[in-house]
Ligand binder design. Structure first.
Ligand code: ZN
Length: 213
């Protein structure tokens, strides 16, 4: 079984109002004013007047996952005697590189072999969203998603693959547009059995034979 992911999480369709209550917006605004002044801008010129407040709301949204527990989405499973691979491909995400506070965006592919607990397909996308919306590095995000599935589902195997482009690589530094960073975390039978690992890679990359989306 496999399916493709939901709509673009960076787009307007999924942007929920950010839970600002946990975020000190005024403090971000003061900091943004300070950055503008520090780079030689005039924070009081007309075009920039609203910028600190806008950036504060943006950060509250981009980092809202700090105040959410991704595991809650994995506790609503149903019991099913299905012990083949479940794969959700192309779950789009936007995260923020914690080294530069620049976005990295891409897709997650998540496969697991259930051990009696099967998730609704949208739950995996919610886990990705929650883990992405915090200061991150792609490697840790990959591990976090895999470990959440191992811990909450007791799955026989978990495979998480993330592919992303990092703005900190494309617009600054070595400026390599189009370069893609791929990370993977393999747990359980996907780690111990080469044949299972080959199967999941085939499902993710090997063409549309098994896909429904
Ligand atoms: Zn970076």
């Amino acid at each position: 079984m496999s399916a493709t992911g939901p709509e673009d999480p960076c787009g307007a369709t999924s942007s929920q109002p950010a839970p600002h209550s946990n975020v000190d917006l005024a403090r971000i605004e003061r900091a943004v004013r300070e950055i503008l002044a520090a780079v030689g801008e005039d924070p009081d010129r007309e075009g920039l007047l609203e910028t600190p407040a806008r950036v504060a709301r943006m950060y509250a949204e981009m980092f809202q996952g700090l105040h959410q527990d991704p595991a809650v989405h994995l506790r609503k499973f149903f019991h099913e005697k299905y012990d083949e691979v479940v794969l959700v491909r192309d779950i789009r995400f936007c995260s923020m590189c914690e080294h530069h506070l620049l976005p990295f965006t891409g897709v997650a592919h998540i496969g697991y072999v259930p051990n009696g607990k099967v998730l609704g397909l949208s739950k995996l996308a919610r886990v990705v969203e929650t883990v992405a919306r915090r200061p991150q590095v792609q490697e840790r995000m990959t591990e976090q998603i895999a470990n959440l599935l191992v811990d909450e589902l007791d799955a026989k195997g978990v495979a998480v693959i993330l592919e992303a482009t990092h703005a900190c690589m494309t617009i600054r530094g070595i400026r390599k547009p189009g370069s893609m960073c791929v990370t993977s975390a393999m747990k359980g039978i996907f780690r111990s059995h080469l044949s299972s690992r080959s199967e999941i890679m085939q499902l993710v990359y090997g063409g549309g034979k098994y896909t429904t989306g």
